[in-house]
Write a protein that binds this ligand. Structure first.
Ligand code: FE2
Ligand code: FE2
Length: 483
């Protein structure tokens, strides 16, 4: 028996099957763990990944190393044959832990016993979002607005799959048996399953059409970016280096979202200008997304994503920071003492029926701070969107709702705040809800626009063509082959 195992293992070329820079070929324990996990991963992918895609050839980017030329290799791939690799940005030995109680000590190459369960929880929570989004998006291929968009969807899907691999690598390599059990559980939970749901609420919502997909990749993948950026500061070096590499891929996901919404906006504004329309029902009659509906989707996706940052005031966030497990966004660029024991940070909350801003201990306010950093970047993206109606002479502008609008977590949970930041009664808030959040009707209307367009270079009526193709290829390139 032992001999057979030996032969089988020698026959596998790990750098080919699982591209990696973690010396997998010489790590027997890790090989054994991954050999069990990989078939389960493929089973999960086939069962709950993008439907009817096993035979498609997709022009995809595959990371085969971490150098400049290696992380973005383009070519046709059948998705089940995608090579999900394990990559960490190279180690910088000169970098000590640079925040919290362990500031100045060498970064940990192994899990410190005192932080073991906290680190495992952080990795599992991040890891759980990756397969969740693939599950949320599994049906979208059937209604793609173009081959270009279909390819981008699949690129996002396989990379979220790779991000799961990245987290599972950490669990397998550093957490022993309970790490392996957590890795299995990551393949067992299902987005939206009432019996065994994904960990975070936003990842149990449906992504039932392409507008939701673009909104999700703009708003929610960017939460991913900020969480990964905070973990990239971690004193646990393998986590920092793994998340740093994941950030290179995340940029494309956010591009898909921002440019997707921009193209919807572009198309609508063009039609409005050509036909001299302003009324939303007339705009809808032209088969494009009216701007009021677009605004409601912004309100929804922004508010549910804000909940992902957790409670504004959090003892957990403080202990992650003082323990050196999770830093702030761009920690190294901040010019304070990186321990924050004597600092404060302004957090909004409700007092006597009014929204007030109050200084709180900076350590417990770290979730609110990361969320504020996120909002700044989101606002910049919204400003870029608004150049489109401005250029086309349409007076409408997209706005972000108040941070307290439609929140289920944090100091505004259970409160009724309007998008413009007024504290309302429950009745008043509910009366106006249909103007603020997407209704079933809105979803049905967007659903009615969805139709499959797969002729190279053609786009559905409700969305403009992108400015350029992928990897400098023309827009009419055959990004997905069906034979
Ligand atoms: Fe991801
Ligand atoms: Fe992503």
């Amino acid at each position: 028996m032992a001999e057979i195992t030996e032969t089988t293992q020698q026959a596998i070329d790990y750098s080919q099957r699982i591209p990696n820079n973690v010396d997998l070929a010489n790590d027997r324990t890790l090989q054994r763990a991954l050999e069990r996990w990989q078939p389960a991963f493929l089973g999960w992918w086939n069962e709950t990944g993008p439907v009817n895609t096993a035979t498609l050839q997709v022009y995809l980017r595959t990371a085969i190393s971490v150098d400049r030329d290696g992380w973005a290799n383009f070519g046709y791939v059948r998705m089940p044959e995608y090579r999900w690799g394990i990559f960490l940005t190279p180690r910088d030995e000169s970098q000590p832990i640079h925040f919290g109680d362990h500031k100045g000590q060498p970064a940990w190459q192994d899990v410190p016993g005192e932080y073991r369960s906290q680190l495992r929880r952080i990795i599992v929570t991040q890891g759980d979002t990756e397969p969740a989004s693939v599950e949320q998006q599994k049906l979208l291929g059937a209604t793609c607005p173009s081959l270009y968009d279909l390819r981008n969807l699949f690129q996002v899907n396989v990379e979220e799959g790779r991000h799961l691999w990245a987290m599972v690598y950490l669990l397998h390599r550093y957490f022993g048996r309970d790490g392996r059990e957590e890795a299995e559980a990551l393949l067992q939970r299902r987005s939206g399953d009432p019996n065994n749901p994904r960990i975070l609420t936003a990842f149990n919502e449906k992504t039932s059409h392409w507008l939701a997909f673009y909104m999700f990749t703009f708003f929610t993948d960017r939460d991913g970016k900020f969480q990964l950026a905070a973990l990239a500061e971690s004193g646990f070096d393998p986590l920092a280096r793994t998340t740093k590499f994941m950030l290179t891929e995340e940029a494309h996901h956010m591009f898909v979202g921002e440019s997707g919404v921009a193209r919807v906006l572009q198309r609508t504004c063009e039609v409005m200008r050509e036909q001299k329309l302003s009324d939303s029902s007339e705009v809808r009659a032209q088969g494009v997304v009216d701007l009021e509906t677009l605004q409601r989707f912004v309100n929804f996706h922004y508010s549910v994503t804000l909940d992902l940052f957790g409670s504004d005031i959090s003892a957990n966030a403080a202990s992650f920071y003082t323990g050196g497990l999770k830093g702030r966004y761009e920690e190294a660029k901040l010019g304070d003492d990186h321990s924050l024991n004597n600092d404060s940070y302004a957090v909004q909350e409700i007092e006597n029926g009014k929204i007030v801003s109050r200084p709180m201990p900076a350590l417990t306010a770290l979730n609110a701070r990361l969320r504020d950093d996120y909002t700044r970047e989101i606002q910049a993206g919204v400003d870029r969107w608004n150049r489109i109606p401005e250029k086309l002479g349409i007076p409408f502008r997209i706005t972000l709702p108040h941070v307290g609008f439609h929140r289920k977590i944090g100091s505004f949970a259970g409160q009724y705040i309007s998008p413009d930041g007024r504290v309302l009664s429950k009745e008043e808030w509910e009366r106006q809800l249909v103007a603020w959040l997407p209704s079933d009707d809105d979803h049905a209307f967007i659903g009615s626009l969805m139709a499959r367009v797969v002729e190279p270079g053609k786009f559905a009526n409700w969305i403009a063509a992108p400015a350029r193709g992928i990897n400098n290829l023309p827009i009419e390139f055959e990004y997905v082959r069906f034979d």
